[in-house]
Design a binder for this molecule. Structure first.
Ligand SMILES: NC(=O)c1ccc[n+]([C@@H]2O[C@H](COP(=O)([O-])OP(=O)(O)OC[C@H]3O[C@@H](n4cnc5c(N)ncnc54)[C@H](OP(=O)(O)O)[C@@H]3O)[C@@H](O)[C@H]2O)c1
Length: 338
């Protein structure tokens, strides 16, 4: 399977490392032999139809911050992702560039170009899906290729395929979840240590859980993206992020959390779909299965007739998200045999 990897940051590099580590097992168990024929970052692209030397690529990125040390025969400084996607022969494009929620770019153009070129796509970038998921799925279908995005929700926790496959035959009446580890960490710290949001946020930033500008997480936008993707995939809705009523945790004070505590409850940032899509803070019982602490994610499916089913796992992390890319590639590999 020839792959062009677009984005060589935390997730892209973890994915490359996993190919190195898991290569023999993937071949033995799934007949999957991933070959990176292209790697692109913001500075340029490397190409080799025989397969790029992954160890060399990782070393170059670590040392130089670029792919330059792969060598002049493979590396082209300034070569853009769109050019690589269109012109490097491959079966799959793996898209791991940063999430943008205004226009979904540059990921949206990358995904569109890949699908139109007849490439299967694995996307960990939430932007294109939050903005244009129904259109992208249609484009994939029209071009007879798969668009997979397991890593966009739950990191390595198989939220989407669990709901789609394992709950077959059940009616899913609603979905509710803690889908953003950063805001959950902040709320957990405020509750357990009795500290205000700015101090909890500073701690999250120190530990690398929060960006310098935490609006995307704290404002509820990341949760909204994941809600849109989950709802569209599992319930067949056609939402974009603009359809979600979004309220983050930015206005919560320690007093609000203490009031909840006095009633045997905790305050959580919850994404919920039950006829409409909403992100807001809710008070839940301490014993509720969604009451996970720290950076964990949890998602509950209210099903008929099986009742409430909750999945808990690490919602992010390079390695975790890379494992979901592998799952998607295995699925694409299986489709070759059909
Ligand atoms: N990290 C996680 O735990 C996690 C979990 C789930 C989903 N995701 C999503 O997965 C995606 C990747 O996350 P990440 O943590 O790996 O991000 P990251 O570390 O910031 O890496 C982003 C990569 O994209 C490259 N890039 C930026 N603009 C580009 C362009 N126009 N053309 C080609 N490459 C470009 C960057 O190049 P340079 O290296 O040259 O800067 C970098 O290599 C994001 O959308 C994120 O939301 C991340």
């Amino acid at each position: 399977m020839r792959i062009v990897l677009v984005g060589f940051g935390v997730v892209g590099r973890s994915f490359a490392e996993l190919i190195l580590e898991e290569g023999p097992k993937l071949d033995r168990h799934y007949g999957l032999r991933p070959r990176l024929v292209g790697i692109v970052d913001s500075g340029g692209a490397a190409e080799d139809q025989e397969g790029l030397d992954i160890a060399k690529a990782l070393k170059s990125k670590q040392g130089k911050g670029s792919l330059e040390d792969i060598g002049p025969e493979a590396y082209a400084k300034g070569r853009k992702a769109l050019d690589a996607i269109k012109n490097i022969d491959c079966e799959v494009v793996v898209e791991c560039t940063p999430t943008d929620l205004k226009l979904g770019e540059p990921g949206l153009s990358h995904v569109k170009a890949a699908l139109m070129r007849g490439r299967h796509v694995v996307c960990t970038n939430k932007g294109p899906l939050a903005i244009a998921m129904p259109a992208l799925l249609e484009l994939a279908q029209h071009n007879s290729v798969l668009l997979k995005f397991s890593g966009t929700v739950g990191g390595g926790t198989p939220v989407l395929d669990f709901a789609k496959r394992c709950l077959e035959g059940s009616t899913i009446r609603s979905i509710s979840g803690i889908l953003n580890g950063t805001s959950n960490f902040v709320l957990s710290q405020m509750t357990s240590k009795g500290i205000e949001m700015k101090d909890a946020l500073a701690e999250a930033q120190k530990l690398g859980y929060a960006e310098a500008d935490p609006t995307y997480d704290i404002g509820g936008f990341d949760t909204a993206c994941k809600l849109v993707i989950t709802s569209n995939y599992v319930l067949g809705t056609a939402y974009s992020i603009h359809d979600v009523d979004i309220q983050g945790i930015q206005d919560l004070s320690i007093g609000d959390l203490e009031k909840a505590k006095a009633k045997g409850k905790v305050v959580k940032l919850i994404g919920r779909v039950d006829g409409k899509a909403k992100v807001s803070t809710e008070m839940i019982d301490i014993a509720h299965p969604l009451n996970v602490s720290g950076t964990f994610n949890a998602i509950s499916f209210d099903t008929y007739p099986a009742g409430e089913i909750t999945l808990v796992g690490k919602g992010a992390g390079g390695r975790e998200t890379a494992s979901s890319i592998l799952r998607d590639l295995i699925e694409i590999r299986r489709s070759f045999a059909r």
